[in-house]
Unconditional design. Sequence first.
Length: 242
Amino acid sequence: MTKLVLDIGNSFQKAAIFSNNDMVYFESAENIYVSLESLFCKFHPASAIIASVVEKNKALINLLNSKCPTLICNGQIPTPLTNKYLTPETLGGDRLAAAVAGNQMFPAKNLLVVDAGTCIKYDFVRADATYLGGSIAPGIQMRFNALHTFTGKLPLVERTENTPLTGKNTTQSILSGVLNGTVAEVDGIIYKYNEQYSDIKVVLTGGDADYLAGKLKSKIFAIPNMVLIGLKIILDYNDKEK
């Protein structure tokens, strides 16, 4: 039996087909809608789940519902976690899915998931499988865009691998501020959680995970596609509950 998982992000849309627990297909595109008909013809998924951080795409959801039973993942959906977020109706399904995936990978552990994409999202799960919440900050590209958009003269700069601490021109100064600042922020948040909780597992995922993984001082586990994995777990959980 195959299942379809969709993660509709701000920058990219991702689709995955799971056969049992194996991801047998993955695609990332600016618009995943055009691929769905061929996916259904090839894999015939029995059910689907979608998480979206943008406004609901009625055409996309209608297409999914016409093909197979489809769940919309949000902060109020049943999951294996106890959700203590005070406003679950405002919680993104992608954040909850990443937390669910991390909890399955590291059960009975205090867990911090850092999803470094368009935004950098920090989500904390206590060792008793209780989701408490976290924080949201601008991602790397958003910081570059903001400096360019909200100032009169600062250029739009592209990310580089090697960044000096002391910028000797404007481009280097922006690179230092954004990239070194982001690394320092992530390390700082991890340090704060380690002050409050013992034996924390830190998992890094998202589009900028590879870049950050080699630059953080903190001990982390870099795991791709945690949101997709978590969505599959949530879909299985709700299928069993029916």
